[in-house]
Design a protein around this ligand. Structure first.
Ligand code: ATP
Length: 211
């Protein structure tokens, strides 16, 4: 069976000379994958390579069997916007826009039709439906995080990548966020990869890889 996301022999180096050799991963839509590792072990670097935000000097990143590293530079932003939902460690938004526009901007970046009904549906399912007309700067940290999750799902990505989505949360909210991510990935039929050093997620997601 072709895995939704698979990597082969990835090696990356920062300009400083720091080098990383990453283990091969396999992830399909029915089995979320947890990437664990100590601080500084390269988890965010690895996630950025999977999101095609950093380019390794060796190896392959295969989406449904096709090596995305062979795409040309102009194709990558649209490919990323269409296929990858990224939830960053620190949310980034267009602060001058309201929540609804911060969601539909994902359609714009994927060169897709602006889908307001989908934004409303996702916001409702994440409990932020009442906040769509608010500025993102007026939201709490937890609300902003849910906007990030909704935005990551706007183009029904085949892969969802989440960087430390629970590390800053108490147990109750940790459970809420991880349940949301699992549910939403299932609903969108997407593979889910979570990078973390949060021990609480270990019991929850058996499919794990250690960097
Ligand atoms: N732009 C950069 N240039 C040079 N070195 C970098 C750069 N970004 C990260 N590094 C270094 O690469 C190593 C891995 O960083 P990375 O952020 O991937 O680790 P991490 O496992 O996600 O860490 P944490 O759990 O603390 O977030 C660190 O030693 C970091 O200092």
């Amino acid at each position: 069976m072709t895995q939704m996301l698979e990597t082969k022999s990835l090696e990356f180096a920062y300009d400083s000379g720091m080098k990383f050799k990453f283990p091969d991963i396999f992830c399909d839509k029915n089995s979320p994958l947890l990437i664990l590792g100590n601080s500084g072990s390269g988890k965010t670097t690895f996630l950025n390579i999977l999101a095609l935000l950093k380019t390794p000097y060796q190896g392959e990143v295969l989406f449904s069997g096709k090596n995305a590293l062979l795409l040309n530079e102009n194709e990558i932003p649209t490919f990323r916007a269409k296929n990858i939902g990224m939830i960053f460690q620190k949310p980034y938004f267009v602060n001058s826009l309201n929540v609804l526009d911060n969601l539909t901007i994902a359609n714009y970046l994927a060169k897709a039709k602006i889908d307001k009904p989908k934004a409303i549906k996702l916001a409702d399912s994440l409990g932020i439906g009442e906040l769509l007309n608010k500025k993102v700067t007026e939201l709490s940290g937890g609300e902003q995080q849910r906007v990030c999750i909704a935005r990551a799902l706007m183009n029904t990505p085949s892969v969802i990548l989440a960087d430390e989505p629970t590390s800053a949360l108490d147990d109750t909210n940790c459970e809420k966020v991880i349940s949301l991510l699992e549910e939403q990935a299932k609903e969108a039929n997407a593979a889910l990869i979570i990078v973390t050093h949060d021990q609480r997620l270990k019991n929850r997601i058996p499919n794990q890889i250690l960097l």
